[in-house]
Design a protein around this ligand. Structure first.
Ligand SMILES: *Cc1c(COP(=O)(O)O)cnc(C)c1O
Length: 397
């Protein structure tokens, strides 16, 4: 297993992805860490049992706290994110909501980006408020201006950059700097960029959350979440996960570990095809706007260039206003893009989105919003398919 000692050379992320979370010597020489299913974990002696029960002992005392499969994934992810420790959750949303719950108590104030993932917003509005937590939203483009919304009891500032529907890039370092002046913790949904393309902890984030369902699993065949904390936030995060009985199945964790091995090459292709598709769509007469921070014309481009080391394959377009019939024609004509939720799998998707719910920064566009995930198909085929479907819509709509 790849261990860190003071003499270990610093490894690049591509190398970490291949070697982290593997220990063939401990598993009969098997290249991959096997799937350990189990609830009861037996000890050979009372001494071993007592040592297993010690907090932070990597040898779990019970399956709910994880198996060697769990530890392998969590340790690989923590190294990749550059955080202190990681913990798995049964879904991305569960990682988002429990990370929030872990940090707050009644009377606290929480600030969330107005562009936050819809179900996270619903959780804040429905559950956090019921528990006596004051929930407030901020303009995703606010940057250092967040200082005006911070209160002495602000406990959490929750960012998501770029938003997975509207794609505004946030000035995370400026927001984190301001948040830390009132001792608030900065939580980030880092699913879009993955740990490869946004180094959350180097930009001041305290907890980085991954919907591993997306690019980490990468094959649309499992749901999984994970949160990685720095040393300050870790005890709170870990305790909350355990207090709520959060755990994840070894089979799904195995799929996430396997996904990690190819994350870098997949992401490179998703990003390249996504940007080529975005450029192609920018010049199509049916398209009013392309929302993709890697486009030089995008309002978030300067921040994205400064803080991110790459893109992913998810972006959105706004069509010039058309009726529902035309939209149906467009989706009927698409051959390679599936219509469905989620993203980050090997396959391309296109999905009409409702205008995002906003309370601070109103949604500025009129026409239909379509979120696109560029899969790993040949990019020329993808462009041809999108082009013919948009042309078909224009001819018949
Ligand atoms: C999909 C998604 C989630 C939730 O992940 P699930 O595994 O579907 O629960 C959280 N945040 C973002 C940005 C997502 O796209």
């Amino acid at each position: 297993m790849l261990r860190t000692t003071s003499s270990t050379p610093k490894r690049s992320h591509d190398t970490l992805l291949i070697h982290a979370g593997r220990d063939p010597g401990a598993h009969s020489g098997m290249v991959n860490t096997p799937i350990f299913r189990g609830s009861t974990i037996l000890s050979n002696s009372l001494e071993e049992w007592e040592s297993r029960k010690q907090p932070d002992n990597p040898m779990a005392s019970y399956g709910r706290f994880g198996t060697p499969t769990t530890r392998a994934f969590e340790s690989a992810l923590a190294r990749l994110e550059g955080g202190y420790q990681s913990i798995v959750f049964p879904s991305g949303l569960s990682a988002c909501t429990h990370s929030l719950l872990a940090m707050v108590r009644s009377g606290d104030h929480v600030l969330l980006s107005d562009s936050v993932y819809g179900p996270t917003r619903a959780f804040a509005d429905r559950v956090l408020t019921r528990l006596g937590v004051a929930v407030e939203y901020f303009d995703p483009c606010i940057g250092a201006g967040i200082a005006r919304q911070l209160r002495p009891n602000t406990r959490v500032v929750y960012v998501e950059s770029p938003g997975s529907v509207s794609f505004e890039v946030q000035d995370v370092p400026a927001i984190a700097y301001a948040a830390h002046t009132v001792d608030a913790l900065v939580l980030m949904d880092n699913t879009w960029a993955t740990p490869l393309h946004f180094r959350a902890f180097e930009h001041g984030v305290d907890v980085s959350i991954q919907a591993a369902t997306k690019y980490i699993v990468g094959h649309s065949d499992a749901l999984l979440g994970a949160a990685t904390a720095n040393e300050r936030a870790w005890p709170l995060l870990k305790n909350a996960a355990h207090d709520f009985g959060q755990t994840a199945g070894a089979d799904d964790i195995y799929l996430a570990l396997r996904g990690l091995r190819s994350l870098s090459v997949r992401l490179r292709q998703h990003a390249e095809s996504g940007l080529r598709l975005a450029e192609f769509l920018q010049s199509h007469p049916a398209v009013a706007q392309v929302l993709h921070p890697a486009l030089p014309s995008d309002p978030g481009h300067a921040l994205w260039t400064r803080d991110f080391t790459g893109a992913s394959g998810l972006f959105a377009i706004v069509l010039k206003p058309v009726g529902r019939d035309a939209l149906c024609q467009l989706f009927d004509a698409l051959e390679l893009f599936g219509i469905g939720l989620s993203w980050g799998g090997f396959e391309s998707l296109a999905l009409p989105m409702d205008a995002p719910l906003r309370t601070i920064r109103p949604w500025a566009f009129e026409g239909p919003l379509i979120r696109i995930h560029a899969g790993l198909e040949d990019c020329d085929d993808l462009m041809r398919d999108m082009g013919q479907a948009l042309d078909f819509m224009r001819r018949h709509g």
